[in-house]
Structures are given as structure tokens and as C-alpha cells.
Design a protein around this ligand. Structure first.
Ligand code: KIV
Length: 289
């Protein structure tokens, strides 16, 4: 596994960011919570080098989410995603970024058994990808693990509320926190991981009042997805906000029509090939005269 993070422009079609920018650090992200009038943190998912290059200058954090299982590999959930996959995509995103802090998701089954198992998996992610931090799902039950990792030099981002790796236990992907018991449990989960040392916490798919309560309760940034505009930052799956899929979840705003753009371009290409309008003189090699 390569640990070189620069892009080799001789072998890659991608153009490296022209002016390497100073990398956002984990302490700087954590400190944003206390900064008077601080702008919300901007976080998007990235799985590939080219996407990372394009998003990097505009984002504070690039998340190599295990959502890549569904988005890139067509898996039915995030559960089958492996540590190998996360390491390969994490390294690609580090190679394509110069500015944003790169955070890599710990996949299902790589951390839940014990703090030691989590440390071994997280250490591999950090060593092989060059990421600044890992993210793991879970609340009180994961607090000891969060403490174990952070005390050993591995920054951890928490993830509470709708935790997709627990889809079978939760019974689906519906919003969380509609009952008093669930509301209180999720506030407790968020507090537990923050107190254990998480530098930031993702709150996913929770009712707005619950998200607001978590924002008030924590002294670290709360990054929302399907949460509230009062969160200290927002994250979306990039392909969702670019409009790559037909279905747009309620919490996503579509900022583009990538599916439409690709379909139109491919239709035109197919027409040109079939009518011999591609390639033209501009795209063929001539013998040296
Ligand atoms: O895997 C992922 O993309 C995520 C975000 C949706 C927060 O965890």
C-alpha cells in the first residue's frame, strides 16, 4: 500500500491542486466550537482521488464514508464494507487532498469487539491512508473505545442518532428521537462519546429539537446530516447532493444533475459512434510527414 500522498501528474490524468494549502488540523476543528461567530464546518464524503481534488479547497473535512459500499459498490448496506476497502479509498483521498482534514470511517466489525481490536484497525487506517482521524458509530457502548483510541493518539469523530451500521437493530433508516426515551438515549450517547474524547460528533437522521439539544450539550462541534441548521457543521454524501441518483432523501438538497449530465453526454457519444461522427480528424493520429 502506497503512503505517498502527492499526485504523480506524469501518470495520472488528474491535475494536482496548483497551490498546496495548509492542512486543517483536528485541534483547529475542535476549537471551532469555542470560536465566537465561527462559520459552520463544511464536510462532504469523498472516495476517490479526483473527487477529493475537486472538493478539497472548499471543505474543512473530507469524510471517506463507509457509504462508499452503496454509492460505489452497489452493496445493500454498509455492513459488508471491509477494512481493505476503507484503506484503499482513504489513501486515494489523502493523495488527492492538501487542505481538508481527511477522516476515514471504521467499517462494521472492525472495532466493536474491544478497544484493542479498534486500536489495531484504527492504527492500520492511520498508517496506510495518511488520514488525520477515524470515525466510528455508537454512543455509550463505544465510549470506552473512543477513550482508548484518543489516549493513544488517534483522533476520533463520533456518530450518533441514525447509525447505518446498526440498521438491523434499528429496523430501518427512519429519523430517530421521536419518543422521549429515544431522545434521552441519543443525547446521552452524544455526551458519552464527547466526554470520552471525540473531537467532533456526527448527528445523523435525528429530529431537529434533538439535534439542537445535542449542539447545546456538547463542547465539541456537532456535524449534522438530516439534523438541524443550528449544527456546528453539515455533511452530505457528495453523490447525493450532486444528483447522481434518482432518489433524493428528504434531508438532501440537490446542487446538480450529475445523472442527467452523464446520460446526455453518453447518449450523444453513442449516437456519434454509431453514425461515425466520432472520432473526427481531431482525435486520430497521423503518420509523421
Ligand atoms: O458513511 C458516510 O457517508 C457517513 C456520513 C453519511 C455521515 O457516515
Amino acid at each position: 500500500m502506497s503512503t505517498t500522498y502527492t499526485v504523480d501528474s506524469a501518470t495520472s490524468r488528474a491535475t494536482p491542486t496548483p497551490k498546496p494549502m495548509k492542512r486543517v488540523t483536528i485541534p483547529a476543528i475542535k476549537a471551532r466550537k469555542r470560536e465566537e461567530g465561527a462559520e459552520p464546518l463544511v464536510m462532504l464524503t469523498a472516495y476517490t482521488v479526483r473527487t477529493a481534488q475537486l472538493l478539497d479547497p472548499h471543505c474543512d473535512i473530507l469524510l471517506v464514508g463507509d457509504s462508499l459500499g452503496q454509492v460505489i459498490y452497489g452493496l445493500p448496506s454498509t455492513l459488508p464494507v471491509s477494512l481493505d476497502l476503507m484503506c484503499a479509498h482513504g489513501a486515494a483521498v489523502s493523495r488527492g487532498s492538501y487542505h481538508a482534514a481527511v477522516v476515514v470511517d471504521m467499517p462494521f466489525g472492525s472495532y466493536e469487539a474491544s478497544p484493542v481490536q479498534a486500536f489495531e484497525s484504527a492504527a492500520r487506517i492511520m498508517a496506510e491512508t495518511g488520514a488525520a482521524a477515524v470515525k466510528l458509530e455508537g454512543g455509550e457502548a463505544m465510549a470506552e473505545t473512543v477513550r482508548f483510541l484518543t489516549e493513544r493518539g488517534i483522533p476520533v469523530m463520533g456518530h450518533v442518532g441514525l447509525t447505518p451500521q446498526a440498521v438491523n437493530a434499528l429496523g430501518g433508516y427512519g429519523a430517530r428521537g421521536r419518543s422521549d426515551a429515544e431522545y434521552d438515549k441519543i443525547v446521552g450517547d452524544a455526551k458519552a462519546v464527547a466526554q470520552a474524547g471525540a473531537f467532533a460528533v456526527v448527528a445523523e437522521g435525528v429530529v431537529e429539537t434533538l439535534a439542537d439539544a445535542i449542539v447545546k450539550a456538547l463542547d465539541v462541534p456537532v456535524i449534522g446530516i438530516g439534523a438541524s441548521s443550528h449544527c456546528d457543521g453539515q455533511v452530505l454524501v457528495t453523490e447525493d447532493m450532486l444528483g447522481l441518483f434518482e432518489r433524493t432523501p428528504r434531508f438532501v438538497k440537490r446542487y446538480g444533475d450529475m445523472a442527467g449530465m452523464m446520460t446526455e453526454a453518453v447518449e450523444q457519444y453513442a449516437r456519434d459512434v454509431r453514425s461515425r461522427e466520432f472520432p473526427t480528424e481531431d482525435q486520430v493520429y497521423k503518420p509523421k510527414s
